[in-house]
Ligand binder design. Structure first.
Ligand SMILES: NC(=O)c1ccc[n+]([C@@H]2O[C@H](COP(=O)([O-])OP(=O)(O)OC[C@H]3O[C@@H](n4cnc5c(N)ncnc54)[C@H](OP(=O)(O)O)[C@@H]3O)[C@@H](O)[C@H]2O)c1
Length: 363
Protein backbone atom coordinates (compact mmCIF):
# COMPACT_ATOMS: atom_id res chain seq x y z
CA UNK A 1 0.00 0.00 0.00
CA UNK A 2 1.38 3.45 -0.89
CA UNK A 3 2.51 5.67 1.99
CA UNK A 4 0.17 8.64 2.45
CA UNK A 5 1.27 12.27 2.70
CA UNK A 6 0.52 12.21 6.42
CA UNK A 7 2.67 9.12 7.05
CA UNK A 8 5.73 9.87 4.92
CA UNK A 9 9.07 10.97 6.29
CA UNK A 10 10.99 13.25 3.94
CA UNK A 11 14.76 12.85 3.58
CA UNK A 12 16.20 16.34 3.15
CA UNK A 13 19.54 17.99 2.40
CA UNK A 14 20.29 21.53 3.55
CA UNK A 15 22.44 23.34 0.99
CA UNK A 16 24.32 26.24 2.70
CA UNK A 17 24.17 27.21 6.33
CA UNK A 18 23.65 30.96 6.36
CA UNK A 19 20.87 32.64 8.29
CA UNK A 20 18.12 30.85 6.35
CA UNK A 21 19.98 27.53 6.14
CA UNK A 22 20.63 27.33 9.89
CA UNK A 23 16.98 28.02 10.61
CA UNK A 24 16.02 25.28 8.15
CA UNK A 25 18.42 22.79 9.81
CA UNK A 26 16.78 23.49 13.13
CA UNK A 27 13.36 22.95 11.58
CA UNK A 28 14.39 19.65 9.94
CA UNK A 29 16.09 18.29 13.06
CA UNK A 30 13.18 19.13 15.35
CA UNK A 31 10.34 18.10 13.04
CA UNK A 32 9.73 14.31 13.10
CA UNK A 33 8.35 14.39 9.54
CA UNK A 34 11.87 15.13 8.25
CA UNK A 35 15.12 13.25 8.24
CA UNK A 36 18.16 15.48 7.66
CA UNK A 37 20.57 13.37 5.60
CA UNK A 38 23.12 15.88 4.29
CA UNK A 39 24.48 19.40 4.63
CA UNK A 40 26.51 21.25 2.01
CA UNK A 41 28.76 24.10 3.15
CA UNK A 42 31.21 26.35 1.34
CA UNK A 43 33.01 27.77 4.36
CA UNK A 44 36.12 25.56 4.94
CA UNK A 45 35.79 26.12 8.71
CA UNK A 46 32.44 24.33 8.66
CA UNK A 47 33.54 21.27 6.69
CA UNK A 48 33.54 18.17 8.91
CA UNK A 49 31.37 19.83 11.58
CA UNK A 50 28.16 18.25 12.79
CA UNK A 51 25.04 19.91 11.37
CA UNK A 52 23.64 20.23 14.88
CA UNK A 53 26.55 22.37 16.04
CA UNK A 54 26.18 24.63 13.00
CA UNK A 55 22.60 25.39 14.08
CA UNK A 56 23.23 25.60 17.85
CA UNK A 57 21.71 22.17 18.42
CA UNK A 58 23.10 18.95 19.89
CA UNK A 59 25.00 16.68 17.49
CA UNK A 60 22.91 15.00 14.81
CA UNK A 61 25.43 12.62 13.26
CA UNK A 62 25.09 14.48 9.94
CA UNK A 63 28.47 15.90 8.98
CA UNK A 64 28.77 19.00 6.78
CA UNK A 65 30.64 18.56 3.52
CA UNK A 66 31.80 20.77 0.67
CA UNK A 67 31.80 17.80 -1.72
CA UNK A 68 29.03 18.44 -4.23
CA UNK A 69 29.40 15.00 -5.83
CA UNK A 70 28.88 13.37 -2.43
CA UNK A 71 25.70 15.40 -1.94
CA UNK A 72 24.44 14.50 -5.42
CA UNK A 73 25.09 10.82 -4.63
CA UNK A 74 22.96 10.90 -1.48
CA UNK A 75 19.53 9.33 -1.44
CA UNK A 76 17.23 12.22 -0.57
CA UNK A 77 13.75 13.47 -1.42
CA UNK A 78 14.51 17.18 -1.42
CA UNK A 79 17.26 19.78 -1.25
CA UNK A 80 16.51 23.04 0.53
CA UNK A 81 18.85 25.21 -1.50
CA UNK A 82 19.83 28.45 0.27
CA UNK A 83 23.28 29.77 -0.69
CA UNK A 84 24.00 33.48 -1.06
CA UNK A 85 23.02 35.01 -4.39
CA UNK A 86 20.15 36.32 -6.45
CA UNK A 87 19.36 33.26 -8.58
CA UNK A 88 20.49 29.66 -7.96
CA UNK A 89 23.31 28.33 -10.09
CA UNK A 90 21.40 26.73 -12.94
CA UNK A 91 23.80 23.83 -13.56
CA UNK A 92 23.84 22.86 -9.89
CA UNK A 93 20.07 23.01 -9.49
CA UNK A 94 19.52 21.01 -12.68
CA UNK A 95 22.04 18.39 -11.52
CA UNK A 96 20.16 18.01 -8.27
CA UNK A 97 16.82 17.75 -10.06
CA UNK A 98 18.13 15.22 -12.60
CA UNK A 99 19.59 13.15 -9.73
CA UNK A 100 16.06 12.58 -8.43
CA UNK A 101 15.96 15.26 -5.73
CA UNK A 102 13.22 17.85 -5.57
CA UNK A 103 14.46 21.40 -4.94
CA UNK A 104 12.87 24.12 -2.79
CA UNK A 105 14.73 27.43 -2.67
CA UNK A 106 14.24 30.95 -1.29
CA UNK A 107 16.29 32.26 -4.22
CA UNK A 108 13.60 31.67 -6.82
CA UNK A 109 12.85 31.92 -9.63
CA UNK A 110 9.34 32.18 -8.30
CA UNK A 111 7.31 32.82 -11.43
CA UNK A 112 7.64 33.12 -15.18
CA UNK A 113 8.48 36.61 -16.50
CA UNK A 114 10.41 37.76 -19.54
CA UNK A 115 13.53 37.64 -17.31
CA UNK A 116 12.97 34.19 -15.78
CA UNK A 117 11.19 32.30 -18.59
CA UNK A 118 14.25 30.76 -20.25
CA UNK A 119 15.74 29.85 -16.87
CA UNK A 120 12.52 28.11 -15.86
CA UNK A 121 12.39 26.25 -19.19
CA UNK A 122 15.79 24.70 -18.39
CA UNK A 123 14.65 23.83 -14.87
CA UNK A 124 11.44 22.30 -16.22
CA UNK A 125 13.45 20.05 -18.55
CA UNK A 126 15.63 18.90 -15.64
CA UNK A 127 12.50 18.19 -13.57
CA UNK A 128 11.04 16.06 -16.33
CA UNK A 129 14.36 14.20 -16.75
CA UNK A 130 14.63 13.48 -13.03
CA UNK A 131 10.94 12.99 -12.26
CA UNK A 132 11.25 15.83 -9.73
CA UNK A 133 9.78 19.23 -8.86
CA UNK A 134 11.17 22.71 -8.27
CA UNK A 135 9.59 25.40 -6.11
CA UNK A 136 10.88 28.94 -5.50
CA UNK A 137 9.52 30.03 -2.14
CA UNK A 138 10.71 32.88 0.06
CA UNK A 139 9.20 35.65 2.14
CA UNK A 140 9.36 38.60 -0.28
CA UNK A 141 9.13 37.48 -3.03
CA UNK A 142 7.47 34.18 -2.29
CA UNK A 143 4.90 34.90 0.40
CA UNK A 144 4.18 38.45 1.64
CA UNK A 145 4.23 39.90 -1.87
CA UNK A 146 2.22 37.24 -3.68
CA UNK A 147 0.63 34.43 -1.67
CA UNK A 148 -0.67 36.80 1.01
CA UNK A 149 -2.40 39.26 -1.38
CA UNK A 150 -3.66 36.35 -3.49
CA UNK A 151 -5.21 34.87 -0.36
CA UNK A 152 -6.80 38.18 0.66
CA UNK A 153 -8.43 38.89 -2.69
CA UNK A 154 -11.00 36.18 -1.90
CA UNK A 155 -12.51 38.80 0.44
CA UNK A 156 -12.97 41.47 -2.24
CA UNK A 157 -15.54 42.26 -4.90
CA UNK A 158 -13.48 44.93 -6.75
CA UNK A 159 -9.80 45.83 -6.68
CA UNK A 160 -8.24 49.22 -7.47
CA UNK A 161 -4.71 48.86 -6.18
CA UNK A 162 -2.58 46.55 -4.05
CA UNK A 163 0.20 47.79 -1.77
CA UNK A 164 2.70 45.52 -0.02
CA UNK A 165 4.89 47.11 2.64
CA UNK A 166 8.12 45.64 3.96
CA UNK A 167 9.68 47.44 6.93
CA UNK A 168 13.10 46.56 8.31
CA UNK A 169 14.46 48.48 11.31
CA UNK A 170 18.20 47.84 11.14
CA UNK A 171 18.77 49.74 14.39
CA UNK A 172 16.61 47.25 16.29
CA UNK A 173 18.07 44.33 14.31
CA UNK A 174 21.65 45.28 13.40
CA UNK A 175 23.28 43.40 10.56
CA UNK A 176 26.70 43.23 8.93
CA UNK A 177 25.03 44.54 5.81
CA UNK A 178 24.25 48.05 7.14
CA UNK A 179 27.11 49.79 5.24
CA UNK A 180 26.51 47.70 2.10
CA UNK A 181 22.87 48.74 2.16
CA UNK A 182 23.89 52.39 1.80
CA UNK A 183 23.41 53.61 5.37
CA UNK A 184 26.00 56.22 6.37
CA UNK A 185 26.57 57.43 2.79
CA UNK A 186 25.87 60.97 1.57
CA UNK A 187 22.31 61.33 0.17
CA UNK A 188 23.53 62.55 -3.25
CA UNK A 189 25.83 59.56 -3.48
CA UNK A 190 23.02 57.09 -2.68
CA UNK A 191 20.68 58.78 -5.17
CA UNK A 192 23.37 58.51 -7.85
CA UNK A 193 24.27 54.90 -6.92
CA UNK A 194 21.29 53.34 -5.09
CA UNK A 195 21.84 50.39 -2.79
CA UNK A 196 19.32 48.32 -4.75
CA UNK A 197 20.40 47.81 -8.34
CA UNK A 198 18.23 49.16 -11.16
CA UNK A 199 17.52 45.48 -11.92
CA UNK A 200 15.85 44.85 -8.56
CA UNK A 201 12.37 45.30 -9.97
CA UNK A 202 12.88 42.11 -12.00
CA UNK A 203 12.91 40.11 -8.76
CA UNK A 204 9.64 41.65 -7.55
CA UNK A 205 8.16 41.49 -11.06
CA UNK A 206 7.67 37.76 -10.49
CA UNK A 207 5.25 38.35 -7.60
CA UNK A 208 3.58 41.19 -9.48
CA UNK A 209 3.10 39.00 -12.55
CA UNK A 210 1.66 36.20 -10.41
CA UNK A 211 -0.93 38.61 -8.98
CA UNK A 212 -1.67 40.31 -12.30
CA UNK A 213 -2.17 37.04 -14.16
CA UNK A 214 -4.44 35.77 -11.42
CA UNK A 215 -6.52 38.94 -11.72
CA UNK A 216 -6.51 38.83 -15.52
CA UNK A 217 -4.57 42.11 -15.75
CA UNK A 218 -1.60 42.87 -18.01
CA UNK A 219 1.43 44.69 -16.60
CA UNK A 220 2.76 47.22 -19.09
CA UNK A 221 5.54 48.83 -17.05
CA UNK A 222 7.27 48.70 -13.67
CA UNK A 223 8.66 51.95 -12.26
CA UNK A 224 11.01 52.55 -9.32
CA UNK A 225 11.27 55.54 -6.95
CA UNK A 226 13.59 56.12 -4.00
CA UNK A 227 13.01 58.52 -1.09
CA UNK A 228 15.78 59.05 1.46
CA UNK A 229 15.85 60.12 5.11
CA UNK A 230 18.93 61.35 6.94
CA UNK A 231 20.14 60.83 10.51
CA UNK A 232 19.25 63.70 12.88
CA UNK A 233 22.17 62.66 15.13
CA UNK A 234 25.01 60.14 15.06
CA UNK A 235 23.44 56.65 15.25
CA UNK A 236 25.78 54.06 16.77
CA UNK A 237 25.26 50.36 16.03
CA UNK A 238 27.48 47.35 16.87
CA UNK A 239 29.45 47.62 13.57
CA UNK A 240 29.98 51.41 13.47
CA UNK A 241 28.21 54.77 13.33
CA UNK A 242 25.79 56.28 10.85
CA UNK A 243 26.76 59.93 11.11
CA UNK A 244 24.28 62.81 11.40
CA UNK A 245 23.25 64.09 7.97
CA UNK A 246 24.01 60.82 6.17
CA UNK A 247 21.48 58.30 4.85
CA UNK A 248 19.60 56.56 7.69
CA UNK A 249 16.33 55.72 5.95
CA UNK A 250 15.37 54.50 2.49
CA UNK A 251 11.93 54.06 0.98
CA UNK A 252 11.87 52.23 -2.31
CA UNK A 253 8.70 51.92 -4.35
CA UNK A 254 8.32 49.47 -7.22
CA UNK A 255 5.03 49.99 -9.06
CA UNK A 256 3.47 47.74 -11.68
CA UNK A 257 1.21 49.59 -14.09
CA UNK A 258 -1.78 48.13 -15.95
CA UNK A 259 -4.20 49.99 -18.23
CA UNK A 260 -2.33 53.25 -17.57
CA UNK A 261 -2.83 53.12 -13.81
CA UNK A 262 -0.75 51.84 -10.89
CA UNK A 263 -2.05 48.38 -9.94
CA UNK A 264 0.56 46.93 -7.54
CA UNK A 265 3.13 48.82 -5.46
CA UNK A 266 5.78 47.18 -3.30
CA UNK A 267 7.15 49.56 -0.65
CA UNK A 268 10.50 48.77 0.94
CA UNK A 269 11.20 50.79 4.10
CA UNK A 270 14.65 50.39 5.63
CA UNK A 271 15.47 52.52 8.64
CA UNK A 272 18.17 52.96 11.25
CA UNK A 273 15.53 53.60 13.91
CA UNK A 274 13.62 56.75 14.86
CA UNK A 275 16.28 59.47 14.72
CA UNK A 276 15.73 60.16 11.05
CA UNK A 277 14.19 62.98 9.05
CA UNK A 278 11.67 62.66 7.49
CA UNK A 279 10.11 59.90 9.62
CA UNK A 280 8.45 57.40 7.33
CA UNK A 281 4.89 56.30 8.00
CA UNK A 282 5.86 52.64 8.07
CA UNK A 283 5.49 51.21 11.59
CA UNK A 284 8.41 50.92 13.93
CA UNK A 285 9.88 47.44 13.54
CA UNK A 286 10.33 44.67 11.02
CA UNK A 287 6.94 43.81 9.58
CA UNK A 288 4.88 43.26 6.47
CA UNK A 289 1.58 44.86 5.57
CA UNK A 290 -0.79 44.33 2.68
CA UNK A 291 -3.24 47.12 1.86
CA UNK A 292 -5.77 46.57 -0.89
CA UNK A 293 -7.77 49.54 -2.14
CA UNK A 294 -11.17 48.65 -3.53
CA UNK A 295 -14.44 47.28 -2.30
CA UNK A 296 -14.19 46.48 0.54
CA UNK A 297 -10.73 47.92 1.34
CA UNK A 298 -8.43 45.61 3.31
CA UNK A 299 -5.47 46.24 5.59
CA UNK A 300 -3.50 43.30 7.00
CA UNK A 301 -0.35 43.60 9.15
CA UNK A 302 2.06 40.77 9.80
CA UNK A 303 4.66 40.84 12.53
CA UNK A 304 6.19 38.32 14.88
CA UNK A 305 4.29 37.23 17.97
CA UNK A 306 5.71 37.93 21.41
CA UNK A 307 6.51 34.26 22.08
CA UNK A 308 8.66 33.80 18.98
CA UNK A 309 11.30 31.18 19.65
CA UNK A 310 14.17 32.65 17.66
CA UNK A 311 16.58 35.56 17.68
CA UNK A 312 18.29 36.68 14.53
CA UNK A 313 19.43 39.85 12.83
CA UNK A 314 16.08 40.51 11.18
CA UNK A 315 12.94 39.72 13.11
CA UNK A 316 11.16 38.19 10.11
CA UNK A 317 14.01 36.22 8.57
CA UNK A 318 13.25 32.77 10.07
CA UNK A 319 10.00 32.86 8.12
CA UNK A 320 11.99 32.51 4.92
CA UNK A 321 13.21 29.09 6.04
CA UNK A 322 9.83 27.95 7.30
CA UNK A 323 7.92 29.01 4.19
CA UNK A 324 10.10 26.74 2.07
CA UNK A 325 10.42 23.88 4.55
CA UNK A 326 6.66 23.70 5.13
CA UNK A 327 6.10 23.29 1.38
CA UNK A 328 8.54 20.38 0.99
CA UNK A 329 6.06 17.50 1.52
CA UNK A 330 3.66 18.87 -1.11
CA UNK A 331 6.49 19.64 -3.54
CA UNK A 332 7.87 16.10 -3.14
CA UNK A 333 4.42 14.58 -3.62
CA UNK A 334 3.54 16.71 -6.68
CA UNK A 335 3.86 15.60 -10.30
CA UNK A 336 7.24 16.55 -11.85
CA UNK A 337 7.81 20.12 -12.99
CA UNK A 338 8.15 23.72 -11.88
CA UNK A 339 5.55 24.41 -9.20
CA UNK A 340 4.51 27.96 -8.33
CA UNK A 341 2.01 28.96 -5.67
CA UNK A 342 -0.68 28.78 -8.33
CA UNK A 343 -0.12 25.03 -8.76
CA UNK A 344 0.78 24.38 -5.12
CA UNK A 345 -2.30 25.97 -3.60
CA UNK A 346 -2.66 25.57 0.15
CA UNK A 347 0.20 23.44 1.45
CA UNK A 348 -0.24 20.79 4.13
CA UNK A 349 2.77 21.19 6.43
CA UNK A 350 3.79 18.16 8.48
CA UNK A 351 4.77 17.81 12.11
CA UNK A 352 4.01 21.37 13.23
CA UNK A 353 1.78 20.41 16.15
CA UNK A 354 4.22 19.14 18.77
CA UNK A 355 5.71 20.23 22.12
CA UNK A 356 8.17 23.15 22.07
CA UNK A 357 11.92 22.58 22.19
CA UNK A 358 14.56 24.77 23.83
CA UNK A 359 15.17 28.18 22.23
CA UNK A 360 18.26 28.52 20.03
CA UNK A 361 20.26 31.62 19.28
CA UNK A 362 20.59 31.82 15.52
CA UNK A 363 23.68 33.79 14.56
N1 LIG B 1 12.81 35.38 -1.02
C1 LIG B 1 13.08 35.86 0.16
O1 LIG B 1 12.24 36.47 0.80
C2 LIG B 1 14.44 35.69 0.76
C3 LIG B 1 14.65 36.17 2.06
C4 LIG B 1 15.92 35.96 2.63
C5 LIG B 1 16.90 35.31 1.91
N2 LIG B 1 16.64 34.89 0.63
C6 LIG B 1 17.68 34.21 -0.13
O2 LIG B 1 18.04 33.03 0.60
C7 LIG B 1 19.41 32.75 0.43
C8 LIG B 1 20.05 32.54 1.79
O3 LIG B 1 19.94 33.73 2.55
P1 LIG B 1 20.82 33.91 3.89
O4 LIG B 1 20.33 35.15 4.54
O5 LIG B 1 20.84 32.64 4.63
O6 LIG B 1 22.24 34.16 3.24
P2 LIG B 1 23.63 34.36 3.97
O7 LIG B 1 23.46 34.20 5.44
O8 LIG B 1 24.22 35.61 3.46
O9 LIG B 1 24.55 33.19 3.38
C9 LIG B 1 24.13 31.97 2.92
C10 LIG B 1 25.27 30.99 2.80
O10 LIG B 1 25.71 30.93 1.44
C11 LIG B 1 27.04 30.39 1.43
N3 LIG B 1 27.90 31.32 0.68
C12 LIG B 1 28.76 32.25 1.13
N4 LIG B 1 29.36 32.89 0.12
C13 LIG B 1 28.86 32.33 -0.99
C14 LIG B 1 29.06 32.56 -2.35
N5 LIG B 1 29.92 33.48 -2.79
N6 LIG B 1 28.34 31.82 -3.26
C15 LIG B 1 27.46 30.89 -2.83
N7 LIG B 1 27.24 30.63 -1.52
C16 LIG B 1 27.92 31.35 -0.64
C17 LIG B 1 27.51 30.29 2.86
O11 LIG B 1 27.21 28.96 3.27
P3 LIG B 1 28.12 28.16 4.34
O12 LIG B 1 28.24 29.09 5.51
O13 LIG B 1 27.30 26.96 4.63
O14 LIG B 1 29.41 27.88 3.68
C18 LIG B 1 26.56 31.27 3.54
O15 LIG B 1 26.47 31.04 4.91
C19 LIG B 1 20.00 33.93 -0.34
O16 LIG B 1 20.17 33.57 -1.68
C20 LIG B 1 18.96 35.01 -0.21
O17 LIG B 1 18.93 35.86 -1.36
C21 LIG B 1 15.44 35.07 0.06
Amino acid sequence: MATSHAESTYRVIQWATGKVGRQAIRYFVENPAFDLVGVLVTNPDKVGKDAGGLADLPDTGVIATDDIDAIIALDADCVHFAPRGTLPDLDTVCRLLRSGKNVVTPMGPFFRTERTGEYLDTIEAACQAGGTSFHGSGLHPGYASDLLPLTLIRLMSRIERIHVYETVNFFAHPSNYIPALGFGRAPDDVLANPSRSPDTHHIYAQSMEMIAQTLGATITDITTTLELATATKDIAYPGGVVEAGTVAGQHYEWTAWADGAPLITFHGFWTMGDDIEPRFDCGDDSSYRVVIEGDPGLDLSLSRGIRSNDQDGNGALPWTGYIGANAIPDVCDAPPGVITHLELGIVRPRGLVRPASAPAVVR
